[in-house]
Design a protein around this ligand. Structure first.
Ligand SMILES: Nc1nc2c(c(=O)[nH]1)N(C=O)[C@@H](CNc1ccc(C(=O)N[C@@H](CCC(=O)O)C(=O)O)cc1)CN2
Ligand SMILES: Nc1ncnc2c1ncn2[C@@H]1O[C@H](COP(=O)(O)OP(=O)(O)OP(=O)(O)O)[C@@H](O)[C@H]1O
Length: 216
């Protein structure tokens, strides 16, 4: 039962990496998230706006537990005219995407995960063309050459969103792991064929894009 072994390995990694991330003091999380957002804006978002000659469409999230926070980005993105959407867990399973405009648009959903409040946010089609998806996670690995692997909470939500979008639209969406540098591990992570492979990884130390070698 290879899948059972992989599931157990994933569970062990999740426990270990939750402890690592929870070990960051709240003030450090804030400081590192601010640095990470500045890196992403300067290293990826701003160059991409220039390259495309228009505002961006981004899928963001609000931090759950001790996750790195993309929230410091949002005001600047809004001011530049970007469209911001975020995932919400549908009661029947799977994710939907909703437009977020301000702090009050978020409300705690299932398990207390902050999500767009369905009463205050506009539903957008899951297949809406997106330039960037910021992907939260527990751990990321560059160990397998040319790939960026990710381990999430185990719901398979982003894996399925990825599969759904890949099937629906052939587009140049950049899927970006968004995390503290301590979440990047040297070992390969246990992998299954449904796991999404990221195109880039952003930490407070820099941005790495597949096929572009070094950290920028
Ligand atoms: N900030 C944020 N938003 C997100 C995600 C995320 O990882 N981070 N998701 C990314 O997928 C989706 C939500 N997925 C989640 C999946 C599991 C748990 C969770 O807390 N699970 C419990 C176990 C639940 C159970 O089965 O009893 C746990 O880990 O303790 C939270 C979010 C969509 N929104
Ligand atoms: N494309 C898919 N179609 C159907 N089921 C899927 C798909 N991708 C993942 N799953 C299912 O989701 C479950 C959890 O997968 P996995 O352990 O890889 O989650 P994860 O990537 O850590 O979680 P998340 O994306 O929610 O943070 C698995 O049982 C898997 O079979």
């Amino acid at each position: 039962m290879e899948n059972k072994v992989i599931s157990e390995e994933k569970a062990n990694w999740r426990r270990r990496m939750a402890a690592v991330r929870d070990g960051l003091a709240p003030a450090d999380r804030q400081r590192l998230s601010d640095q990470l957002c500045a890196r992403l804006e300067n290293g990826l978002l701003s160059p991409l706006r220039s390259e495309l000659g228009r505002p961006l469409r981004l899928c963001v999230y609000a931090p759950y537990r001790s996750e790195a926070s993309p929230l410091p980005l949002l005001r600047g993105c809004r001011d530049k005219g970007d469209l911001l959407v975020a995932p919400r867990m549908k009661p029947e399973g799977g994710l939907e995407l909703r437009e977020v405009q301000q702090a009050s648009d978020w409300a705690p959903g299932r398990w207390g995960v902050p999500e767009p409040d369905p009463l205050r946010s506009r539903l957008v089609p899951t297949t809406i063309p997106l330039d960037i998806v910021l992907v939260p996670g527990m751990a990321y690995s560059l160990a397998k050459a040319g790939t960026i692997a990710r381990l999430g909470y185990g719901g398979g939500y982003y894996d399925r969103l990825y599969a759904q979008r890949e099937a629906a639209v052939a587009e140049g969406t950049i899927w970006v792991g968004f995390a503290y540098a301590i979440q990047v591990v040297a070992e390969p992570l246990p992998a299954e064929s449904h796991d999404l492979l990221l195109h880039a990884l952003a930490t407070e130390q820099g941005i790495m894009r597949i096929g572009e070698g070094d950290w920028a």
